[in-house]
Design a protein around this ligand. Structure first.
Ligand SMILES: [Zn+2]
Length: 449
């Protein structure tokens, strides 16, 4: 009689171990992730700082100082990546005239610069994912275009990661296209990202997901605390663009935490975290820090899932400040505040999540939840026509939690009943996977039955 409890205990610990077993890493993605180098990020941020200021309204024609010199250097750096042996990257430039307006005294020509990794699936030639960092910088007075504005963290960090991620994925052959873009005019009013989002929409490009990396390389706060183990991902809850019918469904489901943008944030944390040790990616249940924003909002505004990756702990003395010392306290966004080994961890997570999503099959559609006023959950859905779909992952969590708790693998199918799982107390989403395990963004419930 003594062996029964022991067997039970073994069975329980075995199950617990299985639940904690790490997801396998894809060898090709791991190889791309390993190309991210802290030293390269450091060199890029140092170069960006060397232009003195990168204020959007600073000199466009000075070869050494200002936004024009920074842009020229970035264009040549992205261009060099495209010319490297084995590279599949293509140059990308988005040049436009920003009209006069708030924080913009007169019209000016602004330029986003970057590179494109073309997708390989001709069926999905118009689908893309987008990574941005903003290369403009500022000081205390947002209209001061002449003072030193080093912008090492804001947003040398994100700009350096856009360049480094492109380098790491230069030879990859994803199903869909990836844009790596250094955008301009963020501090003046998200001008560059707004133009890019609109341009892609006008070109008929469907942006499956967008990430702004902005303020993502600092590990010491103004009060001396240190944190190099966390980063935060921000995303909107209820989508800015949802229709009255979509809002009605969201309220009926109580799905305020399950917008496509939030799903993308969870994806970044889950897949990115799988490839990086010593980093916890926190899925924040807010669009951004309080009363602040970044370029992800330009893409949310056009209906694309979008998120913003930021460091775990911020130094507010470094942000939007004239470079100075007051009573022994240093202000300004200087190179000393940039922690390249930490930034490299974040960049690796970004590379992994982008590589996986760009390689994944199309997601399921029309996920329909039935079983209301019943103890059983009934789900049905439509599989995409994508021939690469090899299976499904059903994500599930309790309705009083924020992150997925269970991932259930399913064979290709179109319906499932979960006896004894009360739909009122659970949340569901469904992803597709290919034969190598690359998973799509999970689809949220689109219909109630
Ligand atoms: Zn910024």
């Amino acid at each position: 009689m003594r062996s029964a409890p022991l067997l039970l205990a073994l069975a329980i610990s075995g199950a617990a171990l299985a639940a904690q077993a790490p997801e396998p890493r894809d060898a090709r993605i791991a190889e791309a992730v390993a190309k991210v180098q802290a030293a390269d990020l450091q060199a890029t941020v140092a170069k960006l700082v060397s232009f003195g200021t990168r204020h959007t309204l600073s000199k466009a024609d000075d070869p050494v100082r200002g936004i024009g010199a920074a842009r020229a250097w970035l264009a040549s750096a992205f261009g060099d990546l495209a010319k490297a042996p084995g590279s599949r990257l293509k140059p990308f430039e988005d040049r436009f005239t920003q009209p006069a307006g708030t924080r913009m005294p007169s019209p000016a020509e602004l330029v986003n610069v970057g590179t494109i990794l073309p997708g390989t699936d001709p069926r999905r030639a118009k689908e893309a994912i987008v990574l941005t960092g903003h290369y403009d910088s500022r000081v205390t007075d947002v209209m001061n275009a002449t003072a030193d504005a080093p912008g090492a963290d804001d947003d040398g960090s994100g700009t350096s990661m856009a360049l480094e991620a492109a380098k790491a994925l230069a030879a990859a052959r994803p199903a869909i296209t990836i844009y790596f873009v250094a955008v301009v005019g963020e501090e003046q009013g998200l001008f560059g990202s707004a133009h890019l989002a609109k341009r892609l929409q006008d070109e008929g490009v469907t942006v499956l997901a967008m990430l702004s990396v902005d303020i993502a390389g600092n590990t010491r706060s103004g009060d001396g605390r240190r944190d190099s183990l966390h980063a935060r991902i921000w995303s909107e809850g209820s989508p800015a663009t949802e229709s009255p019918a979509q809002r009605h469904l969201r309220l009926a489901l109580g799905n305020e935490q399950d917008s496509p943008s939030r799903e993308w944030a969870r994806y970044l944390a889950r897949v990115g975290g799988r490839y990086v040790d010593g980093l916890e990616l926190r899925v924040m249940r807010r669009r951004d820090r309080i009363a602040r924003g970044s370029d992800h909002m330009s893409f949310s505004a056009t209906g694309s899932p979008a998120a913003c990756l930021r460091e775990g702990i911020e130094n507010y003395d470094g942000q939007h400040q004239d470079v100075r010392v007051e009573d022994g306290r240093a202000f300004g966004d200087t190179l000393e505040g940039f922690d390249a080994p930490y930034a490299a961890k974040l960049c690796k997570a970004v590379v992994a999540a982008f590589a996986e999503l760009a390689s994944a099959p199309e997601p399921p559609s029309d996920l329909t939840l039935g079983g209301a006023v019943s103890p059983d959950t009934k789900l049905k859905w439509t599989l995409p026509a994508d021939p690469r779909v090899a299976g499904l992952i059903l994500y599930r969590r309790a309705a009083d939690t924020g992150n997925w708790q269970r991932a259930q693998r399913l064979a290709p199918s179109s319906a499932l009943t979960l006896p004894g799982v009360v739909p009122d107390d659970s949340v569901f989403a469904l992803a597709t996977v290919d034969a190598e395990g690359h998973e799509s963004l999970p689809a949220e419930v689109a219909h109630l039955e």
